[in-house]
Design a binder for this molecule. Sequence first.
Ligand SMILES: Cc1cc2nc3c(=O)[nH]c(=O)nc-3n(C[C@H](O)[C@H](O)[C@H](O)COP(=O)(O)OP(=O)(O)OC[C@H]3O[C@@H](n4cnc5c(N)ncnc54)[C@H](O)[C@@H]3O)c2cc1C
Length: 398
Amino acid sequence: VRGQGHTTFGQAQVEGGLVIDMSSLNQIHTVTDKCAVVDAGVTWRRLLTLATARGRTPPVLTGFQGLSVGGTLSVGGISGVSYKRGAQIDHTLGLDVVTGEGSLVTCSAEHHRDLFAAVLGGGGRVGIIARAHLPLVPAPSHARHTLLSYSALGPFLRDMRELVYRASFDGVSGTIGLNADGSISYGLNALTFYSRPDTPETPKLFERVGASAWRATTEFEYVEYCLLVDRLIDQLQVTGGWNDRVHPWLDLFLPDAYVERYLGDVLPTLDPCKDVGPPQLGPLAQIHLFPLLTENLRRPWLRVPPGKLVFLFDILTSSHGPVSDPTYASQMVERNRRLFEKAREFGATPYSITAIPFSTAERIEQMGSFREDFEACKAHYDPFGILRGLHQGDLSDA
Ligand SMILES: Cc1cc2nc3c(=O)[nH]c(=O)nc-3n(C[C@H](O)[C@H](O)[C@H](O)COP(=O)(O)OP(=O)(O)OC[C@H]3O[C@@H](n4cnc5c(N)ncnc54)[C@H](O)[C@@H]3O)c2cc1C
């Protein structure tokens, strides 16, 4: 199943099979004050536009709104607000799913719970999401983004944890920059949503935080803020700076207990030019860190390490131009493998959008305690095993 095909490692491809392109299944059926019913091929951008026209918004949006609803509900959908709101898959009221047998089944936390659990984050392996029932919440009019810049990892992580546990900001995330002179800079992004004429008392929210950091604040209209990455991608698509590039991203969930040690070991080994990407890609060629409180992640497919707090660590690697060196992508995939192996020692788990090939045995290991439920669901809803992906077979060969 292919939504917008933005996963960077062929997750929306299949070897020797048929790809189902969902982009024309794209009707927005209803938008009310409380919820929206949309086809899976609808992009979040179209839903955001219609919902905000009536003062509403989906509670969790990813950094880029050009992704399809079915595409992010099949992986997770995480952003800076997820530390306290969870992922997009935690905000799904119900789904209409086409099973491997060809039946159309409506599922939710109450009805066909097994299918609901196996499809959200399931990468299209048990059923095809045809339609989603999504909650909407009041949309703020504005977003205030404050960037705290650090030159050392320790204070950056300490302040990030403090903001996460205080939960006074709407969004908390990190951006790590590898500088040409070999230094590393750490940006802590604190986000507040508000509706004018009210304005947030930001200084109060930063009490006892950021003493060693340089601070900058920017105000945005809410929709403008949500579409910052979309604007960048729109421009890059015109100049050939996006679709022609290779994007071998690394995306791992790291446990809090080891995040400092892991980043302290790994970041100095990375090359700003080769391992990340050209500066004109801005946040699309950077390293990101999203804190997540696990109590807010309620869907079984999003396998994160144990513990109260985990971090999604993303290296958004991009080639500097259309790739002329055929070994570049494989070198980066090998790098991802190496960094995953190192993180695995510490109990890390992969996010399914990452560019790492896994064996069937590894995929089974990653399913953990969800394996039995998944296999029972697969046997029930896709008994002939026709739903597969290039890097995520149906596990029946194990
Ligand atoms: C610029 C950019 C920014 C991003 N930012 C974020 C971010 O902030 N947070 C985040 O979590 N992710 C982010 N991602 C990753 C993104 O969430 C995934 O790549 C997402 O799957 C892409 O959606 P898509 O519509 O392109 O899906 P595709 O790449 O087409 O498909 C993804 C997977 O879902 C399956 N699938 C697609 N549609 C369906 C369906 N209807 N039913 C069942 N299975 C289906 C596919 O088979 C495949 O396995 C970003 C990606 C890009 C390119």
